[in-house]
Design a binder for this molecule. Structure first.
Ligand code: THU
Length: 142
């Protein structure tokens, strides 16, 4: 389990990363902060595209940055999302594609997903809670 100080830090870092969101089409800005098991933090924001489908979510940006730098063990991710220029009023839970990317690299029983409205208002769920009966690498070991 990660402690309260780390939870707060991850949320703050996700808010900071959200400032880099490139989202001119949806005006929905998302930031993420991914904690590796060795204690480093990788940030991500959503990056949209005029052709729409190449859009990358904040969570996957963080994962792909970390994996491309040799990290493969993760403990938690914080996510903050909401309309540009407005107060964050809802939790931005990760989309299905991002949950599947998490499934590739994380232990569903222990990986913690922190969705936050502020440093003091957040919910924590495991990947297993958000992606029950997920399909992963273990399914291809026969
Ligand atoms: N988005 C994320 O960054 N993460 C999610 O898990 C859900 C959606 C982004 C993608 C797009 O830029 C915008 O939010 C609206 O869907």
């Amino acid at each position: 389990m990660i402690d309260n100080d780390m939870i707060e830090k991850l949320i703050e870092v996700a808010f900071h990363a959200r400032q880099n969101s490139y989202s001119p089409y949806s005006d929905y800005q998302v930031g993420a902060a991914l904690l590796t098991e060795d204690g480093s933090i990788y940030t991500g924001c959503n990056i949209e595209n005029a052709a729409y489908s190449p859009t990358n979510c904040a969570e996957r940006t963080a994962f792909f940055k970390a994996v491309s730098e040799g990290k493969r063990q993760f403990s938690a991710i914080s996510i903050v999302g909401g309309a540009k220029g407005k107060e964050i009023v809802e939790y931005a839970n990760p989309c299905g594609v991002c949950r599947q990317v998490m499934m590739e690299f994380c232990n569903p029983q222990t990986f913690q997903i922190i969705v936050a409205k502020s440093v003091s208002e957040y919910e924590i769920k495991t990947l297993e809670e958000l992606l029950p009966n997920g399909f992963g690498a273990a399914n291809l070991q026969f």
